[in-house]
Design a protein around this ligand. Sequence first.
Ligand SMILES: Nc1ncnc2c1ncn2[C@@H]1O[C@H](COP(=O)(O)OP(=O)(O)OP(=O)(O)O)[C@@H](O)[C@H]1O
Ligand SMILES: [Mg+2]
Length: 284
Amino acid sequence: MTEIALQIADVGRSFKVGSRTVDALTGIDLSVKPGEFVTIVGASGCGKSTLLRLVTGLDTVDRGSIIHDGRRVDGPSLTRGIVFQEPRLFPWLTVTENIALGLENAPLGRDAKRRLVDEHIVLVGLAGFEKAYPRQLSGGMAQRVAIARGLVNRPDLLLLDEPFGALDALTRAHLQSELQRIWAHEGITMLLVTHDVEEAVFLGDRVVVMAPRPGRIAEIFDIALPRPRDRKDEDLLRLRNRVLAALEATAPLAHVPAPRSIAEPAPPTRPADRPLPAPAYSHS
Ligand SMILES: Nc1ncnc2c1ncn2[C@@H]1O[C@H](COP(=O)(O)OP(=O)(O)OP(=O)(O)O)[C@@H](O)[C@H]1O
Ligand SMILES: [Mg+2]
């Protein structure tokens, strides 16, 4: 195995939207060590999903290169798994069948595959729903099926795009811990996108903060805290606040009012000579 699992070098990706060019990503440099857990946060639209699609090989870079395990990424591979932002289940397949798709091309016998699928159904807390179809699941349950499908094949590199976004707080905390346990046990390199800064700091060896327009890396934080981590640990909370501040600094325009010409008309002002109405509680 190479010293670097994933090497993203000067990557850029633009999209044509009508007559406009959107620079979804520009100058992205990131090296990830084997078995490292890197989390990514950034404002909506800053290119997080685009980056994961490029790394997994579902999309191709305009500029720069992506090397995984010594080979240039030029298409999807069994060694790279992805859990998308939305579950993307096949509606005509059951929970078991959807998860088994993750093993379709794995060199394993039927029984071994069946056992792995069953283990992962339990892992994501869906025992009893093996024969359910996606339309019979809640949004959070469907996402758990997608997480199981991403994990079941034990890829070298697992890319997760906001995998816990649709889950309730308890299930989310449980799956974060499970994911961490599997990561520590299996040595999978992980790249996880989240909107939750606390989750990013709790799970990551490093947290990448991205900035929008154009999508780029603003700052990278080392999270050198021992594991297992305590969510209430003061050092963790301090780091969370630093990452949050860096994230907020990437969107300084959010609070600036739009120029008057495209803003709503100014609200009517009170004529200077008209007194304010007496307050309702006045006794005068
Ligand atoms: N296939 C596409 N065609 C045109 N524009 C695209 C395409 N994919 C992404 N974009 C644009 O690239 C930018 C980045 O999109 P992306 O989905 O990567 O953002 P994101 O950081 O994942 O956002 P979110 O947090 O909302 O999921 C956006 O401006 C988006 O409109
Ligand atoms: Mg996204």
